[in-house]
Design a protein around this ligand. Structure first.
Ligand SMILES: NC(=O)c1ccc[n+]([C@@H]2O[C@H](COP(=O)([O-])OP(=O)(O)OC[C@H]3O[C@@H](n4cnc5c(N)ncnc54)[C@H](OP(=O)(O)O)[C@@H]3O)[C@@H](O)[C@H]2O)c1
Length: 238
């Protein structure tokens, strides 16, 4: 039986990925989330509650060790764009130390802590695609609109961490293929306040987005590099 890990599993994309994979034959899905109770139950789904602190991540990794060789996919879905008192910046004066720190924590530091724990876990795994939900707005080359300082910076920093990790994984975990992935604009809590100006057809359902991610990454082979891909499978400039 193959194993798929979804980290940040309670959100829109995370849940859709769990639901899509759990009905595949011979697949066990392990959803990892800060949420204690899974949003739904299914015989093929195991839920692990983890607050993303280094200690809790280490305990989760211990739980995963018996299945490490059977893991074929890991998707890091953690991310945040807005909150009750956190609004994406339109101009420099709106940059706020606390907001910047909080976005860097959820969008960059939490995935980094997971990468640190996952690469040793996956060192003997034959072939595993490890995708982190990045975003096109994390691209420096593609940034022509500006704004969203904290979110853009946190995703650009995530991409750089992933690139360092790909170089190290090429030596230490040769079966791992790393992907920084842009899912398109997906109808979740994260994008809801920013959906008004979208063109028809530009907003994907979480189910569509989960299918795209699996299609785009299905045939990727470990090659010691990081790919920065969008939902069409096109490469995004750094
Ligand atoms: N929706 C879009 O249009 C879009 C576009 C581009 C990129 N993305 C990226 O896709 C990923 C998934 O987003 P989504 O649209 O599914 O949003 P969502 O429904 O808000 O889910 C966000 C996920 O991030 C985790 N999270 C939230 N706050 C966190 C915090 N403070 N610390 C650690 N983890 C936290 C949650 O995991 P728990 O289960 O642990 O609570 C949750 O599952 C994000 O990285 C986002 O940046 C989304």
């Amino acid at each position: 039986m193959k194993v798929e890990l979804v980290i940040g599993a309670s959100g829109g994309l995370g849940q859709a990925l769990v639901r899509l994979s759990m009905v595949e034959p011979d697949t066990r899905v392990i959803g990892i989330s800060r949420t204690t109770l899974p949003p739904f139950t299914h015989p093929n789904v195991q839920w692990i509650c983890c607050d993303n602190s280094p200690g809790a991540i280490a305990r989760t990794i211990e739980e995963l060790k018996p299945v490490a060789d059977r893991i074929v996919r890991v998707t890091l879905c953690n991310g945040r764009l807005h909150d009750r008192d956190l609004v994406p910046e339109k101009r420099l004066e709106q940059l706020d130390e606390q907001s910047l720190t909080r976005l860097l924590h959820s969008n960059t530091i939490v995935p980094a802590l997971w990468l640190r724990a996952l690469i040793p876990l996956l060192q003997s795994t034959p072939r595993v695609v490890l995708s982190a939900l990045s975003a096109r707005v994390g691209s420096i080359g593609d940034n022509r609109l500006g704004g969203w300082y904290s979110y853009r910076a946190s995703k650009a920093a995530l991409n750089q961490l992933l690139q360092c990790c790909a170089i190290e994984a090429a030596r230490r975990a040769k079966g791992v293929k790393l992907v920084a992935y842009h899912p398109g604009t997906v109808d979740t809590r994260l994008s809801r306040p920013f959906q008004q100006r979208l063109q028809p057809g530009q907003l994907h359902s979480p189910e569509q987005a989960a299918r795209h991610l699996k299609q785009v990454t299905a045939d990727l082979m470990p090659d010691g590099t990081l790919s920065y891909l969008d939902w069409r499978g096109d490469t995004i400039p750094w």
